[in-house]
Ligand binder design. Structure first.
Ligand code: ADP
Length: 304
């Protein structure tokens, strides 16, 4: 008897060993009913397991997200409190807080606010993607210049961490992409390479392969276990302990969604302990029709 509620699950095999006789109509009716109920039971058990897993993932994510959002808030509020106290104490003596002390405090505040905005932007992006509201504004861009610009933005942080950042992009690689989204993708990959790269050199390469543009980000850090390579592109998935590395597990998910929106793909190769290489392949022409219809922007009733 086939076992299938919503799709085929398997088969129920019934054998009669003692009496050499075919199953009668009544028995067949009974067995059809048995197979139907068994399939429903199996299907419900699967759905229940999936629902529990989704709830577990959501709860775990809420814990991580609250922790991540709280982390920048602590130094931020400490700096503001300290500055407030200094203003009050010095004002009593008829003095002002020295400019350099204010500037140093504002520097910390700005860094933490930027970190907070980055986290919130990621959360907003995920809800946009889930609602199919990721919009692209395509224009002609040179991937090599975009990569150079992103590396320039990371240069101070890399120098501070003593990490060498290199670019191998001998010629312009032009295509039609959305500038901000493309920058976001390259930023995610480079920031991961710096974060998980154990301070070793990070090399970004850009080249054209006919109608494809290829960008690679290679690091020599902790690497990724083979079993985790596909999983890390899923929502909330991480392959490191949150005690050692902060993060929401959303960067690569958002990256993959954007890259697929461009009609491209992103993948990773790695030898654990020796580093990872992320490979981005983007068609240089227009994005595919199927994607446009699948991600068509809904009406104005849906807010952020
Ligand atoms: P996050 O860094 O916030 O955890 P991501 O979605 O950017 O989230 O990455 C998902 C996971 O993939 C990370 O938690 C980490 O385990 C793994 N990962 C990403 N980039 C690298 C890399 N360059 N080297 C080693 N592991 C990486």
């Amino acid at each position: 008897m086939p076992l299938g509620a919503r799709g085929m699950l398997g088969a129920l095999l019934l054998l009669r060993s003692s009496v050499p006789r075919a199953f009668g109509a009544e028995e067949e009716h009974f067995l059809t009913e048995l197979a139907h109920r068994t399939a429903l039971y199996l299907e419900n058990a699967r759905l229940y397991r999936e629902a529990r897993e989704a709830v577990r993932q959501r709860d775990e994510f809420l814990g991580i997200a609250s922790h991540e959002l709280k982390t920048p808030l602590t130094p931020l509020s400490l700096k503001v409190q300290l500055l407030q106290k200094q203003v009050v104490v010095l004002a009593r003596e008829g003095k002002q807080v020295p400019t350099e002390r204010v500037a140093e405090a504002l520097d910390v505040v700005q860094r933490q606010v930027r970190r907070l905005s980055g986290l919130v932007d990621n959360l907003l992006d995920v809800s946009r993607i889930t609602a199919g509201r990721l919009r692209l504004e395509l224009e002609e861009l040179d991937l090599a210049s975009v990569a150079a610009e992103i590396l320039y933005r990371f240069s101070a942080a890399a120098a501070q961490a003593g990490t060498e950042l290199g670019l191998e992009a001998p010629v312009p690689v032009v295509g039609r992409w959305d500038r901000l989204r493309l920058e976001q993708v390259v930023t995610n990959l480079v920031s991961n390479a710096l974060k998980y790269g154990a301070g070793q050199p990070v090399i970004v390469g850009v080249e054209a392969h006919g109608s494809l543009a290829r960008l690679t980000v290679k690091d020599h850090g902790i690497g990724i276990a083979p079993d985790d390579l596909a999983r890390i592109f899923e929502r909330f998935e991480r392959a490191v302990s949150d005690r050692h590395y902060g993060g929401l597990g959303l960067g690569l998910y958002i990256t993959r969604q954007i890259v697929e929106a461009f009609g491209g793909k992103v993948s990773a190769l790695s030898t654990p302990g020796q580093g990872a290489t992320f490979i981005l392949e983007l068609p240089r022409g227009d994005i595919p029709e199927e994607w446009l219809s699948a991600h068509a922007a809904p009406g104005p009733t849906q807010g952020e």
